[in-house]
Design a protein around this ligand. Sequence first.
Ligand code: AMP
Length: 426
Amino acid sequence: MPPIAPVRGTHDLLPDASAAWQWLLDTHRRVAGEHGYRLADTPVFEHTELFERGVGVGTDVVDKEMYTFADRAGRSLTLRPEGTAGMVRAVLGAHLTQHERPVRVHYVGPMFRHDRPQKGRYRQFAQVGVECIGERSPYLDAEVIEVGWRFLRALGIDDVTLQVNSLGDPADRARYRAALRAYYEPLRDQLCADCRRRLDVNPLRLLDCKRDAAHAERAPRLEDSLSATSAQFFDTVLDGLRDAAIPWTRNWRLVRGLDYYVDTAFEYWHSSLEGAQNALGGGGRYDGLAEVLGFAATPGIGYAFGIERLLLIAEQGGSLPPSPPAAEVVVCSLEPGQATAAAALARGLRDAAVRTVLDTSERKLGAKLGAADRLGARFCVLVGSDEAMAHEATLRDLRERTQERVSAAELGDRVRRALHPTPDAP
Ligand code: AMP
């Protein structure tokens, strides 16, 4: 029988990579926390309707990429493809904005999309993100972008360009859609089949097409359709970025096709990621989303980063922290009769907060020492009948290649001090 393989597009987090993963989560929690964002979590599956309405029928994510299934009661459920719709449902469902405006939350968790797997693109991947829900202010747009920017800095990731655009309000976009249709209609016969459909269904998405990029280059620009109010809102966001010394590039093709997205849209691009995969993360203002989900109109803005992509870039840039050893100490009994004494010594070391592994094998001493070395341990504690009788242990320093007898009662303190020496008090 062949061994069972992982599902295509999924990946495992193995112990050697987990320190980097944890570091990334800790860094995000710290940076978001420094701006008043607190952790919140929502379920991995939701009613399909949440995403059909909250991400939008007509988007690739909803039309082609969702993992949707009927549960045993026949209800249609979907593994979440993104985090915003669920978080808005959770925050507004719990009436949090009645006590606190805006509500600032951050989250982390797996997302599921039936994408075509390739480097940096998975079917189960993880995101960290923030949402700022309940208040409309250009200063909050600048704040959210800055949280993301500082997060990248804290990860040691530079070489990032911030792409920003304003989508204006729904009336601006209605004007823009009309302008796009007027431009593209005479070109209809030259467009690819997808774009001919987009022209009828969602003309803004024409700007995304790789094949018809030359047409998009000459197309009218959204900024020419912005009202004075929308333009002013965006100018204030850009001023905020300038004040925070965050450089940006205005990308007029950065659009989202759905009407509940308004004003600011942004992406963080990294030079070493290619093509459609060049975004480390992105976000935008979604003031119309709450209503689409059946709640009272409530503004909001947020971002999401893909964790796998961030780690890929951090690794290339050499900013990943080293993986700590699995154990600081390995305790080995020298004879089978000393297993209990060895276990007691290990317990004492753990009581002193030393990361300790008990070698339960019946290998020869040389093999045990080799295994301890491979685990990255600094010390081996050896116990034979001699040591056990004297309530002692042999402490072997694997780095210095020295060893000495230590009383069992003092072992924990002794090892902890050797591993984590505290500077002398003044
Ligand atoms: P989005 O929710 O589509 O704006 O994506 C936000 C970020 O999530 C992207 O910039 C990527 O870093 C990450 N991401 C999106 N889709 C995938 C995927 N299939 N695999 C890995 N990361 C992804």
